[in-house]
Design a protein around this ligand. Structure first.
Ligand SMILES: Nc1ncnc2c1ncn2[C@@H]1O[C@H](COP(=O)(O)OP(=O)(O)OP(=O)(O)O)[C@@H](O)[C@H]1O
Ligand SMILES: [Mg+2]
Length: 348
């Protein structure tokens, strides 16, 4: 079992009478990549700012273990801990060039001077910013500034990397690159803590998800384990050919009848009226089932064997992102205090 490197104990932050972070407990082990997700205003940035010592907690503790040390109370460690790298909010950079700025941060972190030039060039190259090295940061685009913020966070090669919405403002290719890079850092044994709204990215890169709502952690586990709490699970099945319109209704009825023992018996009618839905656009079937592995096996077996003459299956998947989206919306909705307004948008 690997050791704990960050431990939040009853961590609390109030702004006046308002409790932004409400007695949070969380443990991050060495080498883990943890995703912190939750609605706007849930307390993600406030939590990260307390770890970065930008904000002081009203109650509770933050314990940190870097390379060689034991778990130490952050409040007793002088200044910030140099083995941690931070990206917090959209960086607000000054009138410096990218190069000057990175050199300045490296100096604060006491990064060895002899290695610095190579390190800066290597990272600028990796993030495709080499041509902008000597340009003023105020002339950078939003995404370029964000990339510089990420470089700043990892420049001194910290053991622990804490990123607040690293993907904000990045174009799709840059997002893919950053995702790959975070995975690479994780393979190098770094401990990564990342707050984000991008559930796809989080599901792809994180070992565990911490769900935060109204300043409280409402779930902390792997996506698969969190999904066990789902009232319903879904599998998607892409078909080789579209189902002819006249065949759809009778076929769906036959399938619901045959697969009934494995399907979700208490499906919320807001989700779907019957537990099998045909999606014309994706040319696929969606099954709402009881979430059991055995049921998934049975459903596939029956579809292949008994519906062979009706359709050919191209793929059969339980999508992880959708799973996280569903865990997220179920847990956030279930943990909304009474008396607050629930927004039930139809933008999903
Ligand atoms: N300096 C401050 N003074 C007063 N209230 C604050 C301050 N900073 C944050 N808050 C409040 O604390 C709550 C948590 O904010 P926080 O920025 O941590 O949320 P978040 O989870 O990061 O949200 P987002 O997803 O929008 O970034 C919000 O209600 C916010 O208005
Ligand atoms: Mg935030």
């Amino acid at each position: 079992m690997s050791e704990t490197v960050i431990k939040l104990e009853n961590l609390t932050k109030k702004f006046g009478n308002f409790t932004a972070v409400n007695s949070i407990n969380l443990e991050v082990k060495r080498g883990e990549t943890i995703g912190l997700v939750g609605p706007n205003g849930a307390g993600k940035t406030t939590t990260i700012k307390m770890i970065a010592k930008i904000l002081r907690p009203n109650a509770g503790k933050i314990l940190i273990r870097t390379n060689d040390s034991e778990l130490k109370d952050l409040a007793r460690v002088s200044s910030t801990v140099s083995q941690i790298g931070f990206l917090i909010d959209i960086p607000n950079f000054y009138n410096m060039t990218g190069y000057q700025l990175l050199k300045y941060f490296a100096k604060i972190q006491r990064y060895p001077k002899d290695k610095l030039e190579n390190r800066i060039d290597e990272l600028l190259e990796l993030f495709k910013l080499s041509d902008w090295k000597h340009e003023r940061v105020r002339n950078y685009s939003k995404g370029m500034t964000q990339k510089l913020g990420i470089i700043q966070a990892i420049l001194h090669d910290p053991d622990i990397i804490i990123l607040d919405e690293p993907q904000t403002g990045l174009d799709p290719l840059a997002r893919i690159e950053i995702r790959k890079y975070i995975r690479k850092l994780s393979k190098l044994g770094k401990t990564i803590f990342v707050a984000s709204h991008m559930l796809y990215e989080i599901a792809e890169i994180c070992d565990k998800i911490a769900l935060i709502n109204y300043g409280k952690i409402i779930g902390f586990d792997t996506v698969d384990n969190l999904a066990l709490t789902l009232k319903t699970s879904e599998i998607n099945c892409v078909l080789l050919n579209p189902l002819p319109s006249e065949k759809r209704a009778p076929l769906l009825i036959r399938m619901v009848d045959r697969l009934n023992p494995y399907l979700d018996q208490n499906l919320d009618p807001n989700t779907a009226e019957i537990p099998i839905v045909y999606n014309i656009e994706h040319q696929g079937l969606k099954f709402y089932f009881d979430g059991k592995k055995e049921s998934k096996g049975e459903i596939l077996k029956i579809l292949v064997k008994e519906f062979e003459s009706d359709f050919t299956i191209l793929s059969f998947i339980q999508p992880r992102t959708t799973q996280l989206e569903r865990v997220y919306s179920q847990m956030v909705t279930d943990n909304t205090p009474e008396g607050t307004i629930k927004l039930t948008g139809d933008d999903s």
